[in-house]
Design a binder for this molecule. Sequence first.
Ligand code: 13P
Ligand code: SF4
Length: 319
Amino acid sequence: TDEKTALKQRITALLTEQRAVLVAHYYTDDDLQELAENTGGIVADSLEMARFGTQTDAATLVVCGVRFMGETAKILNPEKRVLMPDLAATCSLDEGCPAAEFSAFCDQHPERQVVVYANTSAAVKARADWVVTSSIALPIIKHLAAKGDKVLWAPDRHLGRYIQQVTGADMLLWNGACVVHEEFKSVALERLRRLHPDAAVLVHPESPAEIVAQATVVGSTTQLIKAVVELPQREFIVATDAGIFWKMRQLAPNKTLLPAPTAGEGATCESCAHCPWMAMNALQNLERVLLNGNQEILIDETIRRRAVVPIQRMLEFAR
Ligand code: 13P
Ligand code: SF4
């Protein structure tokens, strides 16, 4: 609509004025993803979002995603201003792993290397030896297991169990889960697969074991997008947040994409998986934050200095 176009133009002007760039996740609104791409920003998975922030010379990073993504940007780039459309956009994994409890758990297992998923608070990262995202978790745990290290893993138990299964590493798991990926239903997925026997099944590893067991490819958002482009199949059943379809359609317009069924009957779009916190990012609050700068990420310097170490370790390893 005209109104939306005008809003996008105002945001673009504000970004230029403030030397700001958009760093957006694939699960955000189509409009935000499009705007990020068209204004010199990026749409990416969490590892690439973290890396992009360190490589741009923009003065302000506007992180469209959830809170841990904004915090990671600030931890890595303390000299940059980091804004988010809404600081209240959290993540059930982050919420399910409070720093004090987590720290006490680590104290009980001093012999283990502490590996935390990126979907955690700055204070939890400050307690970790390694931070990993879904795209780099497997090779990092393989590397630790090869050295004979035992691992304390938090917070996602589904991702932890999947890594444990693939690598055979000795892992003690925290009991967290993603409320979005937990909703995929395995019997309904089996039924959908019978209706589409030639379809490849793409699964994010935050999904439960019975969903992962049905996968053709398990991977991070970027890895799943790559699979749609590169695999020979024409049809894909996708078990992750529906926000990812925008990029998949853009890069593979001739392929058929079917959302994996969530609670209820099915694969219609009303029952698509979609993260309620990712959905808190919109063009309207993006314009607002650029106008008044109030949703700014600030992190205690003592915590930041500790948290940056395991994140840098991951970025170094990923190079
Ligand atoms: P990715 O790193 O695969 O983009 O995952 C982030 C996330 O929050 C998935 O739910
Ligand atoms: Fe967190 Fe799940 Fe939302 Fe990703 S989709 S941000 S893991 S709640």
